[in-house]
Write a protein that binds this ligand. Structure first.
Ligand code: ADP
Length: 439
């Protein structure tokens, strides 16, 4: 303020001196200071205009060069603006980071305003509900999510539980299911969270089917055993008849035992880490062991007329868990024995693969399997020939075990079969689990 006063004083003094120099009369010298003051007012106005124009232009990085107190105003404003801009940038950066974290979330997030219009939505929510994150901003959510269940949920206003709706891709994938839940916040605003629960529902339904299947498989032999027990208790039977019934009961007990053993094997496979590449096993020995078991099974089952042979490479070593590999390979050869007629041929052996891996191949001349069954063979309790499976002591879990073991060893299970032309089951192991003999 003092500086402005001095500016004014200096200019009026200059005006007075100039009027004196110009030889104005005593009375007229007053016009000199007045002219000086007028010039100062105009000059000050020009500086004020430059400063306000700059403030209005918002080009805070290009301040005007003005002198005096206006220069001070410009400098202070520039510093204050810089602080404010930096703070705003900082806030924006934090907001961007926060939004990109929500964007990365597999859960859908939608912010709704007081009227239920979309303010912001992340990618996952857009995919769950078929929204366009940009185009659908400010649209009413109830107009975009047309499910009656969701409309009823919103009308009810009780958001303590989520609501399930069909996903937008229901036409292509009949199983897409989305869970939605509203969470109130702020003043009458809502956060709408969405979750794709399709996989969860599928697992739940698989678990229900599995429990139903296990119960059914156990109940059948139990019912048979109970029937025989009642017969033995209520009828006066000869010793030979009693022995016959006890044999039948024993068969059913064995069936139940096999089922429990296979279930335990599966649950052990699911609950343990994959076998490390530490133990190198002699592949010939594994093959010979399962073929020996197969010959014994073949002898027990029929007249033992099946021709069971080995073929392929020798001297290979494979890395894995012996018990698991013997169980998987054994399941394949025992299936071949069980489904091939007594005069059929069965062969099993190791073959090298071009990529350095090996395959354990089991071929049989059995009835073969029609193509529609092939993709489902390794599902638990899936059977093509139900009665043959039961008759021969099958549990319906053998190929599920084979597939599990193979995958745990980093390999793949393949099936080739034609009806009437026999079947070929292959366990393919990757090169890192194989040591080939030197050529
Ligand atoms: P199971 O204990 O019933 O044999 P698996 O899981 O081992 O169960 O096999 C599933 C189904 O695949 C069998 O029920 C059978 O119908 C079919 N299958 C398996 N191996 C053969 C084979 N070598 N020849 C014909 N069918 C087979």
């Amino acid at each position: 303020m003092l500086f402005r006063f001095f500016e004014l004083l200096a200019l009026s003094l200059v005006g007075w001196i100039v009027s004196k120099l110009l030889g104005f009369s005593q009375g007229a010298t007053i016009f000199g200071p007045i002219a000086g003051i007028a010039i100062w007012v105009v000059w000050d106005g020009v500086r004020a205009t430059r400063v306000t124009t700059w403030l209005q232009s918002r080009r805070y990085d290009a301040p005007p060069q003005v002198s005096g107190v206006w220069g001070d105003v410009v400098e202070r404003s520039r510093k204050a603006f810089r602080r404010l801009i930096r703070r705003a940038q900082d806030r924006q950066r934090r907001l961007d980071e926060f939004l990109s974290a929500i964007q990365a979330s597999p859960n859908g997030v939608i912010l709704l305003d007081e009227q239920g219009r979309i303010e912001w939505s992340n990618q996952a929510a857009s995919e769950h509900l078929g929204l366009d994150p940009k185009r659908d901003v400010r649209q009413y959510i109830r107009n975009l999510v047309r499910s009656p269940a969701f409309a009823a949920y919103v009308n009810r206003g009780d958001f303590s539980h989520p609501v399930l709706i069909d996903g937008p891709n229901v036409a292509h994938d009949a199983l897409a299911e989305i869970s939605l839940q509203m969470h109130p916040y702020g003043t009458a605003r809502h956060l709408l969270l969405s979750n794709d629960v399709t996989a969860l529902k599928r697992v739940e339904s698989m678990r229900r089917d599995f429990v139903a299947n296990v119960s059914h498989e156990i109940r059948t032999p139990l019912t048979v055993i109970r029937g025989f027990v009642e017969t033995l208790q209520s009828l006066p039977l000869s010793e030979a008849e009693q022995r016959h019934y006890l044999d039948l009961m024993n068969q059913q007990a064995i069936r139940m035992e096999s089922l429990v053993v296979d279930l335990l094997t599966l649950s052990k496979l699911e609950g343990s880490p994959p076998p490390a590449i530490g133990e190198w096993l002699d592949a010939d020995e594994l093959r010979d062991q399962v073929l020996q078991d197969a010959r014994a099974l073949s002898a027990v089952m029929g007249e033992g007329a099946q021709a069971i042979e080995s073929f392929g490479e020798t001297g290979v070593r494979v890395a894995g868990l012996r018990s698991e590999l013997v169980s998987a390979m054994g399941n394949l050869v025992s299936n071949a024995v069980r489904y091939t007629p007594t005069d059929g041929q069965i062969s099993a052996g190791w073959l090298r693969l071009p990529d350095g891996g090996v395959s354990f191949v089991v071929k049989d001349s059995g009835p073969g399997i029609s193509p529609e069954h092939l993709p489902r063979l390794s599902e638990r309790f899936y059977r093509v020939d139900r009665s043959r499976s039961r008759e021969t002591g099958g549990t319906g879990l053998g190929l599920a075990i084979v597939k599990h073991v193979t995958q745990r060893h980093g390999g793949e299970l393949h099936v080739e079969s034609t009806v009437g032309g026999g079947s070929q089951f292959t366990i393919q192991l990757p090169a890192r689990r194989v040591k080939q003999p030197l050529p």
